[in-house]
Ligand binder design. Structure first.
Ligand SMILES: CCCCCCCCC/C=C/C(=O)SCCNC(=O)CCNC(=O)[C@H](O)C(C)(C)COP(=O)(O)OP(=O)(O)OC[C@H]1O[C@@H](n2cnc3c(N)ncnc32)[C@H](O)[C@@H]1OP(=O)(O)O
Length: 280
């Protein structure tokens, strides 16, 4: 029975994917030809990052690292949004313990991706504001669909992105461009992002974006994987060291800031405006 099933698979050219697993809000598929894993965020409608999504993301990254994949492509199952950043609903009207958990899991998810020894790329098939941009810039390469928005817009919300959260952004943009964009809370269109170097390529479809990401990861085929990953981590070591020094205090700073009545009030207004806009 097993033998005949195997023969049928071989006759069809074998299974295209040799592994596909789904946690609740993320899924992983490994292409058997390339050995590259695609990690998909799947929390419709906008992949807003609640604790569960952040925990599932870490677990999927861990799984991809332990199954000896050749690289990781991060993408979204939502049709027009890569990720809308932190789930503002989860930060609003909540207690300090929840805020502590949200921020700790955001830190954990970021360091898992930023510090991954694998080649990483983001197929940005939709808007990527705030925490969406954070995940995209934690990767080594970005391919984005036209006419979408990406950037760190925290100051527009009246909040401040801590230094570690800017690390990926600062890795790819000149200091002057990054400083201006962060102080303005600017969201770049795909085309502007390409011109500044915030994204590396534009693709017309998600499939094309995935192919371009796979080609980037494939460019390391002839490079010794250990030499590659140690070189990558040398570039990131300083940011990682600085982050480790402040990560506990950073959680407490976030909790203190996010619990302030005026910040909570601001989040409430921001949410109201988002809802009004989406009803239009
Ligand atoms: C702070 C302390 C300081 C401490 C210091 C903190 C540093 C903070 C670091 C990181 C902060 C963040 O990530 S804060 C998050 C910042 N994110 C944003 O500003 C993005 C806001 N969203 C958008 O701009 C848009 O939704 C966008 C992503 C472009 C997609 O537009 P669309 O037209 O496709 O979709 P919409 O109709 O707008 O949205 C669909 C539904 O999703 C909801 N929605 C959209 N984004 C959401 C979000 N981030 N969290 C929850 N819900 C969201 C809308 O309200 C709608 O709900 P219904 O009406 O019910 O259907």
């Amino acid at each position: 029975m097993l033998h005949s099933n195997l023969l049928r698979l071989v006759a069809r050219g074998g299974p295209k994917r040799w592994m596909s697993t789904t946690t609740k809000l993320t899924s992983v598929e490994v292409n058997d030809k390339t050995g590259i894993a695609t990690l998909t965020l799947n929390r419709p409608p906008v992949n807003s990052q609640n604790v569960q999504l952040l925990v599932d993301l870490q677990s999927s990254i861990g799984e991809i690292e332990s199954n000896k994949s050749r690289g990781l492509i991060l993408t979204s199952a939502c049709s027009n949004v890569f990720s809308a950043g932190l789930d503002i609903l989860e930060m609003y009207n909540t207690d300090e313990e929840r805020l502590r958990t949200i921020w700790t899991e955001l830190q954990n998810a970021w360091i898992a991706l930023y510090g991954s020894s694998l080649p990483t790329a983001a197929a940005i098939n939709g808007h990527a504001p705030a925490g969406g941009c954070l995940l995209a810039t934690a990767c080594e390469y970005r391919v984005m669909l036209p006419k979408r928005l990406i950037g760190l817009n925290e100051t527009q919300l009246g909040i401040i992105a801590p230094k570690w959260l800017m690390s990926g952004f600062l890795n790819v943009l000149p200091q002057r461009v990054a400083e201006r964009a962060l102080t303005q809370g600017r969201l770049f269109t795909t085309e502007e992002a390409l011109a500044e170097g915030l994204v590396d390529e534009i693709a017309n479809t998600k499939e094309e974006a995935l192919e371009k990401c796979a080609a980037f990861i494939g460019s390391f085929t002839k490079v010794n994987p250990l030499a590659r990953s140690l070189t990558k981590l040398q570039f990131r070591a300083e940011n990682i060291k600085e982050f480790e020094k402040i990560r506990k205090k950073d959680v407490e700073d976030f909790v203190a800031l996010a619990s302030r009545p005026e910040v909570q009030k601001g989040m409430g207004i921001y949410l109201e405006n988002l809802k009004k806009k989406s009803k239009k």
